[in-house]
Design a protein. Structure first.
Length: 41
């Protein structure tokens, strides 16, 4: 079965972008929670 390498490249790029965005959101929220916890304490 032959698959278009361009489609594979685009889907791989999209998944990489989504993973990078989720990592950025997680790290941003982690720093925000740390700042709030530090302020509360």
């Amino acid at each position: 079965m032959w698959t278009d390498p361009l489609i594979l490249w685009r889907t791989g790029l999209c998944s990489r972008l989504v993973r990078h965005a989720s990592l950025c959101v997680i790290s941003h929220h982690a720093s925000w929670y740390a700042a709030v916890a530090y302020t509360v304490e």
